[in-house]
Design a protein around this ligand. Structure first.
Ligand SMILES: *Cc1c(COP(=O)(O)O)cnc(C)c1O
Length: 373
């Protein structure tokens, strides 16, 4: 074994965390958490100290997304994967339609396909690196798409399905897109995410911005008598959220770090600022890849290239896995591609927590390594 190549310090990013999730947590957030280590951590989630943090998070999220009147911020435990099951039990009346163009969209579609009380869903599929779209279909009462497909780096606009049955809901998985990409929430009924991506916190929580129609749907389904596991009961989640708490014990650090991050992003200028910062990082990495003789954006249609997560292919002579390994040896971590995509590729998170200057530094580090590997 030869020694790993040492990248000169002046080429390196200030912060070497480029993971798509868990993603970079701001040191300032962790310092704020350590300041409340004895007054907040290890205290009851049914008491004011913790409820105030849940309230701060819910308020901050509503402000950040300019939440329309009547929408509510609902949260509970288990991350986005738990929300998929919650939506399967509590938001889909009978038949759903999915736009599936990567692993995450596919997982929600599978949950619905496996549910014995729902009809076989319609799934529009597209291969990794491109996008699939929702189309009006009689009888579909819930449409579902991701905003950003984290496994491939494809982002699509959030838009209602023209010609859909009246009352049909749109459910948008914003786990990685939410906070990095512009959105008009009047265009969707449920915009849901988990805070370990653009919201620079830790995992274990799901947060859903829900329209009045979606909340109404959850009540109607529950009243229908369908069996709903208690942990996945959306009406309970709505009621508990209104009381600034969760059904069962949340990870207190996750709640606190998410609230810190949302306050920070709101102070910088909210979603307008955040999406611009992610766009700057995107311009840096895609611009570099376009100019590079050995790197190219995996997503060929520039309009679909995500500003939240960039996927960069490498020419046949360059081993991207070796590159990721050499970067890791230099403290630059989590640039490995999504496993199942199986490409000679690096994946880089462009969430607003990541400094665009660090993304530029990363491209310099890659150039440095490619010359020497
Ligand atoms: C990370 C991710 C998920 C999974 O989130 P968990 O909180 O780990 O369940 C789902 N959807 C998308 C788009 C993601 O990026």
């Amino acid at each position: 074994m030869t020694d790993p190549i040492r990248i000169p310090d002046d080429l390196k990013p200030v912060d070497g965390r480029f993971g798509s999730g868990p993603s970079k947590v701001r040191p300032e957030g962790l310092e704020a958490l350590s300041r409340v280590a004895k007054t907040f951590m290890g205290t009851s989630h049914r008491q004011k100290t913790v409820k105030d943090e849940v309230a701060r998070l819910r308020r901050g999220i509503a402000e950040f997304f300019s939440m329309p009147d009547g929408y509510e911020v609902v949260l509970s435990n288990g991350g986005t994967s738990a929300f998929w099951e919650t939506a399967t039990f509590g938001l889909i009346r009978e038949k759903a339609q999915f736009a599936e163009f990567g692993e995450f969209g596919a997982k929600f579609a599978k949950a619905v396909r496996d549910a014995p009380f729902l009809a076989e869903p319609t799934v529009h599929r597209a291969p990794g690196g491109s996008a699939a779209y929702l189309t009006a279909e009689p009888g579909v009462d819930a449409y579902a798409s991701v905003h950003n497909e984290t496994s491939t780096g494809v982002a699509v606009p959030v838009k209602r399905v023209a010609g859909a049955d009246p009352g049909a809901l749109l459910l948008t998985d914003a786990t990685s897109g939410g906070g990095s990409l512009d959105v008009d929430l009047t265009e969707t009924d449920v915009y849901y995410l988990a805070p370990q991506k653009a919201f620079g916190s830790d995992g274990g929580l799901w947060i859903a911005l829900m329209s009045p129609a979606a909340i109404e749907r959850a009540h109607r389904i529950k009243e229908s008598g369908r069996y709903i596991p208690q942990f996945l009961d959306l009406v309970t989640a709505v009621e508990q959220s209104r009381l600034e708490q969760t059904y069962n014990t949340p990870a207190l650090a996750t709640v606190f770090l998410a609230a810190e991050q949302v306050d920070w992003m709101n102070a910088q200028g909210g979603l307008g600022w955040a999406s611009k910062r992610s766009a700057e990082s995107a311009a840096a990495i895609y611009g570099w890849a376009d100019r590079s003789p050995f790197a190219s954006p995996f997503v060929t249609d520039p309009a679909l290239r995500s500003h939240a997560v960039a996927t960069i292919d490498f020419a046949a002579g360059i081993d991207a896995a070796a590159l990721a390994k050499a970067l890791r040896a230099n403290g630059i971590v989590d640039t490995e591609p999504y496993r199942k995509l199986g490409r000679n590729q690096l994946r880089v998170a462009l969430y607003p927590t990541v400094d665009p200057a660090d993304v530029e530094a990363l491209t310099r580090c890659i150039d440095y390594l490619v010359e020497r590997l």
